[in-house]
Design a protein around this ligand. Sequence first.
Ligand SMILES: [Ca+2]
Ligand SMILES: [Ca+2]
Ligand SMILES: [Ca+2]
Ligand SMILES: [Ca+2]
Length: 436
Amino acid sequence: MNIRQKLTIYIFLFVACAMGLQAKADNTLSMNDVTCMRSGETQIVVPVAMTNSDEITAIQCDITLPSIASMVDNSGVYDIWLDETRKANNHNLSATASGGSFRVVISSPTGKAFKGNSGNVFYFRIDVNTLATAGNYSLSLSNIILSTVSGDRITPDDVNATLTLNCLRGDANNDGAVNVADYDVTRRFLSKLSFTGDFFADAADCNQDGTIDAADLVCIVLKSKGIEPSSAATGSNVMTLNDISCLRGQGTIINEVPVLLSNSDAISAIQCDLTIPSVVTMQVNGENYDISLERKSSDHIMTTQLSNVKYRIVISSPSAASIGGNSGPIFKFNVAVNTSSVCTQSMMLSNVVLSTTSGQRIKLDNIDANVVVRFIKGDANSDYNVDVADYVMTCNDILGKPQNSTFYSDAADVDGDGEINVIDLVKIVRISLGLE
Ligand SMILES: [Ca+2]
Ligand SMILES: [Ca+2]
Ligand SMILES: [Ca+2]
Ligand SMILES: [Ca+2]
């Protein structure tokens, strides 16, 4: 055999091999991705196509559905059917559920071939659980066996497709429209208030950032008006909480605490969680907490709800109006301070989110302030003056003499060295004379 003959054989083998691969690649099943709108039709038809260069008479495969879908059945018969244009007159299909999937067997009792070489060969109808979270889910065909009319087995690769469950962004109650009802149910959810009817968190997360907050309230209002919210905020927006300072022994003192907002952006919605320490008690005003909204448009609403030792405060407008202005208290709350003993405790605003009127989300760091119950140095009898009476009591203490009224040793220890002695006595005199 010369080189030319050998080369001819190799070329022949190569072509034969390529044709063989081609033949295998040309006998496949396929499925297109399918989508379902949560507020629309929940039953969808999934077509399965076959591309076949060989004459195929029988098909076997297992359909696996995602957990959010079930196979529709009519009185115990699965809703799976053959394509009329491709089946031979006596092709029949049967399906059974087995091990979490559905086995489909299609054959012809006389071994007839499917018509044509491409296109849909069978269909199945699934029912999508629209309570599920919107997203992508997978469907598959596995264990696929095709038989040629001469009984040759073809084993195509598994087939995967995506079932996409979509929701209308902002349609929190899933009625197919975005309007004030969605704003209201989301506001109640965010405010931790009770509500009736459906609530879909994935749709309420209108700006799709994975959390439901004040920015979503504005986003829903804007989308109800056909306006797409903006994303990034650029301004400087600062919130501050004032300290509370009281003197010991004054009984229960009511303090009005302002929460200040300095904002360069036009702010429409605000949320925060207020944590107050044990030394203070939130005051109530009728049935509500004594928290007042200070800056607002005509339709701004504030809700305050105690949940898990935090007061959830949500301020928003159903028209996405601005709270107005650029500085000053946004809200105030009244607390009673128990002044029976000295302490320093912290209060905090956490989970603070602002939204501009165009839906830009601004997340602020936690804001801390102190509640301090203090005494006056040298005021050994706690009458809020430092004078000769304090001098006498401190002198008695040093000499070990009995006292006529309560002696406050922490106030008498003016230099704070843990000991009451003549140095403290001198300092009391100096304070009473205005020298310290
Ligand atoms: Ca709706
Ligand atoms: Ca969001
Ligand atoms: Ca005093
Ligand atoms: Ca001392």
